[in-house]
Design a protein around this ligand. Structure first.
Ligand SMILES: [Zn+2]
Length: 158
């Protein structure tokens, strides 16, 4: 169940994301390049990533560091990816593919940068029950910063 639906969903996400990107490129009279599409494809596979993780995914292709960075800026402007604020000294900037963002609560270790998702139905229910004015909510994202178990242990040892 997981495999086939996941693959279809990812293909879908790439299709939709590339449509948004092409529209943005046309609108801003920029050039369509194969590199951008390859990078976007890698991003759709990863969904949540740091620049290093993305570059690792692209190692076999000859894509320069500058192209990767420029594409990330472009994808952010086109609202395809979202950059997590590098708050509280989180190690590396984390990016998220907006289309793949499900309503989630993410727990981020402010010391080592480890990101994990937790299921929390309380917040889901709270937002679902809320009466919204002039707004239809679609999904939400909540980041909770703190210290992971490993880092807590290290701190306690000091
Ligand atoms: Zn940690």
């Amino acid at each position: 169940m997981i495999d086939s639906t996941m693959t279809n969903k990812k293909t879908d996400i790439f299709q939709q994301s590339s449509d948004i990107l092409c529209a943005y490129i046309d609108q801003h009279q920029m050039h369509h390049t194969a590199e951008r599409m390859v990078i976007l494809q890698a991003i759709c596979r990863l969904q949540s990533f740091t620049v290093d993780e993305l570059r690792k995914e692209l190692t076999e292709l000859n894509i320069s560091r500058a192209t990767v960075y420029n594409t990330l800026v472009l994808l952010e402007k086109a609202e395809i990816i979202h950059r997590l604020d590098k708050e509280f000294g989180v190690r590396a900037t984390q990016y998220e593919l907006i289309m793949a963002m499900e309503s989630s609560v993410q727990v981020i270790c402010a010391r080592c940068g480890r990101v994990s998702k937790i299921k929390d139905t309380t917040i889901h229910r709270m937002l679902a029950d809320k009466k919204w004015t002039n707004f239809v909510p679609d999904h939400f994202s909540l980041y909770v910063y703190g210290q992971c178990k490993k880092c807590r242990r290290k701190i306690n040892k000091l």
